[in-house]
Design a protein around this ligand. Structure first.
Ligand code: GAR
Length: 292
């Protein structure tokens, strides 16, 4: 999906959760070019035909890597897809996501907090590790959790059956891997093809697998970053939806680099999910001939 030759664009996103908005300094971003379809966006806003007197248009703001609704002749940007209360984003209202995670859960929390105001609900969390911090975050956020059977009672097969059961139990729009540190086998992934998304802390295809930030750091990479991608049957493989990157600072510690990479994750992941949900829902609406 992502054309690897696609250029990086400067990125000044605003974190919408956890207090005051903060720009992410020096970050750059690139998107799969088909992630947002402007015709679909117009259809979502005006049910197909744009009214003659609307004097509004939807533009893809390449420079800021965001989609904006522009009103009037002075190109006043009244709202952006990624901002709160945007007309186009009403299309995602009612979408349901599931999350699978193993550990800390900071991406899970960012997803829940950012998506909730748009009416996107997290209807369940699957965690493969009893006592993981992600479980207490879920409790605090009011998200239903599914824990696997105690480790002495499962082998890989039983655990993956539990994942399949979790995915089959409820209808959902997207299942999001947020630090889920096991490889899902083809028999789990195949029935949900195109509906499972992962975030990985590297500029894929570089550094798939464990300990990605540390390996990029030790290799003295000038840029480090994150990728959001659809999950297929490989490890950290599948069509890339978006990537964000930051330049490494001279003499920077691994801890500092890691925390900057996580900040990118916490913004890029929810935004990409919103874009993907919007794209799919608009496409479905068009297929139904404009019905909602
Ligand atoms: C995140 O950095 C995520 O990208 C990574 O695990 C971390 C989980 O942190 N995922 C992978 O490495 C997947 N191969 P979190 O639990 O605080 O969200």
């Amino acid at each position: 999906m992502l054309d690897q030759s696609r250029t990086w664009t400067p990125w000044q996103p605003w974190q919408e959760w956890g207090g005051r908005p903060t720009p992410i300094e020096g970050a750059e971003i690139r998107w799969a070019s088909n992630l947002i379809n402007l015709d679909d966006a117009r259809a979502a806003l005006w049910g197909g035909a744009e009214p003659e007197d609307a004097r509004m248009s939807v533009v893809w703001d390449e420079q800021h890597a965001r989609m904006s609704v522009v009103r009037g002749e002075q190109d006043t940007q009244t709202s952006v897809v990624w901002g709160a209360n945007d007309a186009q984003m009403s299309v995602v209202r009612g979408a349901k996501i599931l999350v699978l995670g193993s550990g800390n859960g900071s991406n899970f929390e960012a997803l829940v907090k950012t998506l909730r105001p748009y009416g996107v609900e997290c209807i369940g969390l699957f965690c493969d590790r009893a006592g993981a911090l992600i479980l207490s975050r879920a409790q605090r956020l009011g998200v239903r959790c599914v824990e696997p059977p105690p480790p002495q009672e499962w082998d890989k097969r039983t655990l993956n059956d539990a994942v399949t059961g979790f995915l089959e139990q409820q209808s959902f729009d997207l299942a999001l891997l947020a630090g889920y540190m096991r490889v899902l086998p083809p028999r789990v992934v195949r029935p949900f093809s195109g509906k499972i998304v992962n975030i990985h802390p590297s500029i894929l295809p570089d550094y798939p697998g464990l300990d990605a930030i540390r390996r990029a750091y030790l290799a003295k990479e000038a840029w480090v970053g994150v990728s959001v991608h659809l999950v297929d049957e490989g490890v950290d493989e599948g069509p890339i939806l978006s990537q964000g990157r930051i330049p490494r600072h001279d003499g920077e510690s691994l801890d500092s680099l890691e925390s900057r990479v996580h900040r990118i994750e916490h913004t890029l992941y929810p935004w990409t999910v919103l874009a993907l949900l919007a794209q799919r829902r608009c496409a479905r609406r068009n297929d139904l001939g404009g019905e909602s």
